[in-house]
Ligand binder design. Structure first.
Ligand code: FSO
Ligand code: SF4
Length: 549
């Protein structure tokens, strides 16, 4: 089998990608990503021991965050970039070993991931095919390790965003090391792994809170905003992904150049931040969720910057206009280098290109309203509570998460449209594109779709739920009039799910399909412990979910 990857919802046949990724990832790249993860686990093994012995290694604090983020779905398809990161990891592993040796700290029987090293590219390639998910033989242990690893991948991605803005938490990093090292430990029981998975949820909440703090401290608290979906006549740059600092620097550098800036996909919620509202050339949002990018990037006519996932292999029609930055990569696509020290990234190449391009072709006109992150919703708390107490709002429906290509995701548009008029959707993430243009109306001035922001802002939904629980004087989060029908796609959504489980949320519906990496026994455990379920038909799910107390 040339490769084996089942980490996302679109995995081939609902089982695993074994020839090439449905996402476009080549087998060789998939295997090298497995090796990158393996090397990161080895580094984590030594980092745990170093931590126990008071040894500090700054690079070991950031390495797993960056390397794991590179292996998320739709982030880095560039073989050379992955090999470079593996080599960097091997050097780091070696220096950690030396640090431990110099302090006479004994290392007995290190796992292969820690002990292994490579002398040549051939060594990398031959090792890469043997260190993937299937290296764990027992189906349930493999499933628990996968759930743990993918949750940690999501944590790494969210931590990376906070870190870029200067926010750090060494406890989160220590947990990442501990969890990754644990996936190498054959002595751990299924119960041990389940405990670690729940702890991942706990640290997931901490990480999301840190990111919320980073974003709101740096750019202000999101506020209700109407975002234009049309275009102007100037040339433009389109920015996608989740990285607000990249957007910040791009807006500063494009100001006064005659080049407009538009957001795509998960960058839409950046319009809700006060700090970006001062830019008159920050025009609006162009298009929809990530999976529509091929068609929409083509029509944009100007340069496009991918700051994080979700990148789709580009078509020839726009690949010369596409730029990646940070951890994103694709062979043959121009890459904007990282900041050096306090210097901003240099977006001159995009700006100069934009000036020679046509203005974007209009896809639609109108606007989308969002910005209902926790502070904004809490500012409306009186109105919301009044509506709940008066029975005008009967249920909140959390429909956060991801969008994706599968036809079965039409379910979510249909589900949103068929919800009774006395329900309010709480959302975050790109899942919203299935229903945020449906004009679902409002309840006494409260819009029926409250968008908190990116999937990164799922934390807001938890804060809102906990606040409602407090105000309504309830003992258990599950007594709230909130139901959860979440759409997942990649590993950040896995972390958000684990965070919700840690907060005690029960009876979450997860779709459009349950993760292929969950073995029947692990599914059984999730069903029995947390009441997690899949989706069926809109009518049946509505009947059951709206009945649930
Ligand atoms: Fe969507 Fe992609 Fe935010 Fe994900 S753009 S799918 S969970 O990477 O990041 O919601
Ligand atoms: Fe397949 Fe998803 Fe893995 Fe891509 S990330 S190879 S689509 S399972």
């Amino acid at each position: 089998m040339p490769m084996f990857c089942l980490q996302c919802q679109e995995t081939a046949g609902g089982k695993a990608c074994t020839k090439a990724g449905v996402c476009g990832k080549a087998a060789e790249v998939a295997n090298l990503q497995d090796l990158l993860l393996y090397v990161s686990k080895g580094i984590s093994y030594y980092s745990v021991i170093a931590g126990e012995n008071g040894i500090d290694n700054a690079l070991a604090q950031t390495y797993p965050v960056e390397s794991l983020f590179m292996t998320l779905t739709n982030v880095n398809f560039d073989k050379e970039a992955i090999i470079k990161k593996i080599r960097e990891g091997l050097r780091l592993k070696n220096s950690l070993q030396m640090q431990l040796q110099n302090k006479n700290i004994p290392i007995t029987n290190p796992p292969d991931a820690a002990a292994w090293t490579a002398n040549s590219d051939e060594d990398l390639e031959s090792k890469a095919v043997s260190v993937g998910v299937l290296a764990t033989e027992n189906e349930d242990v493999r499933s628990l390790r996968a759930l743990l690893t993918y949750g940690i991948k999501g944590m790494a991605a969210y931590y990376h965003h906070a870190f870029i803005l200067g926010f750090k938490d060494t406890e989160i990093i220590s947990f990442i090391h501990k969890a990754l090292a644990a996936t190498l430990d054959d002595c751990l029981t299924a119960d041990d792994l389940v405990a670690l998975i729940l702890e991942t949820g706990k640290y997931g909440v901490t990480t999301l809170a840190l990111l919320d703090q980073a974003n709101t401290t740096t750019y202000g608290s999101p506020e209700i905003t109407s975002v234009n979906t049309g275009v102007r006549q100037n040339p433009g740059i389109l920015i996608s992904g989740h990285d607000l600092k990249d957007l910040d620097e791009l807006l500063q550098q494009t100001e006064g150049t005659g080049v407009d800036v538009y957001t795509h996909g998960e960058m839409l919620p950046s319009h809700y931040y006060p700090a970006f509202k001062k830019y008159s050339h920050f025009v609006g949002n162009y298009g929809n969720a990530w999976w529509k990018q091929a068609e929409e990037f083509e029509k944009f006519n100007g340069p496009i910057l991918m700051t994080t996932n979700c990148l789709v292999p580009p078509k020839d029609s726009y690949k010369d206009r596409l730029f990646t930055t940070s951890i994103v990569g694709f062979e043959g696509i121009k890459h904007i280098p990282d900041r050096s020290g306090n210097e901003a990234k240099d977006f001159e190449a995009l700006i100069e290109m934009a000036k020679k391009c046509l203005s974007p072709t209009e896809l639609e006109s109108g606007n989308i309203v969002g910005g209902f992150a926790h502070q904004q919703v809490l500012a409306l708390a009186d109105k919301v509570i009044e509506a709940v107490k008066a029975g005008a709002i009967k249920k909140f429906v959390v429909m956060a998460g991801c969008d994706g290509r599968m036809k079965s995701r039409e379910y979510y548009a249909d589900f949103a449209a068929k919800l009774p008029q006395d329900t309010v959707i709480l959302t975050a993430g790109c899942a919203k594109y299935r229903y945020n243009k449906l004009n679902l109306g409002d309840i006494g001035g409260i819009p029926r779709v409250l968008d908190a922001g990116q999937c990164n802002d799922s934390y807001s939904l938890a804060v809102i739920a906990l606040k409602l629980k407090e105000v309504l004087g309830l003992e258990d989060i599950n007594q709230l009039p909130i139901i959860y029908n979440i759409a997942w796609y990649e590993q950040k959504a896995v972390l958000v799910l684990l965070a919700l489980l840690y907060l005690g949320v029960k009876n979450i519906r997860l779709g459009p399909t349950l993760p292929a990496f969950l073995s029947p026994n692990v599914v059984k455990l999730l069903v029995e412990t947390f009441g997690i379920g899949g989706i069926s038909s809109v009518e049946d799910d509505l009947a059951i979910m709206l009945r649930e107390e």
